[in-house]
Design a protein around this ligand. Structure first.
Ligand code: ZN
Length: 142
């Protein structure tokens, strides 16, 4: 197991824009604030969602659209570096009209109805994502 220790630097709340892209809006908040390492949660609602499921055997993502208004029951993720820029890795659980939940790995194409973000900037070593042969994913390594 690899682990890295951080101190919380600053914490912030942000209201994300109506009709904005959820993943890109989260990324913009961190980028505009000059934060390279962080953690966040978001709640709210979306008009439509684009998420993915990672097939561990095939090592590929299968994406799908949830094309209906839904509550963001939980959206959690982190911010680190990849290929010289920042990378936002987020997962989302959506509550549908009938009370069931769907979700997955958050992709671009998820349209915000309203959303509130709580972010934490972390102070310490910058982590970068690199391709991992075993999982086929870009994982942290120092
Ligand atoms: Zn993921």
């Amino acid at each position: 197991m690899n682990r890295w220790f951080y101190k919380p630097d600053k914490m912030f709340l942000a209201r994300l824009p109506h009709d904005g892209d959820l993943l890109l809006s989260i990324k913009n908040v961190f980028k505009e604030s000059g934060i390279q390492m962080g953690f966040f949660t978001a709640i709210g609602a979306v008009k439509t969602a684009h998420v993915a499921f990672y097939d561990q055997a095939a090592k590929t993502y299968t994406d799908f659209i949830i094309d209906e208004p839904a509550e963001i029951l939980s959206c959690v993720g982190n911010v680190s570096e990849v290929d010289g820029g920042i990378s936002v890795h987020a997962h989302i659980t959506l509550g549908l009209k009938d009370g069931t939940a769907k979700g997955g790995h958050l992709l671009e194409g998820t349209v915000i109805f309203a959303s509130e973000l709580f972010g934490v900037a972390l102070e310490g070593q910058r982590l970068e994502r690199h391709f991992d042969e075993i999982t086929g994913l870009k994982l942290w390594s120092s």
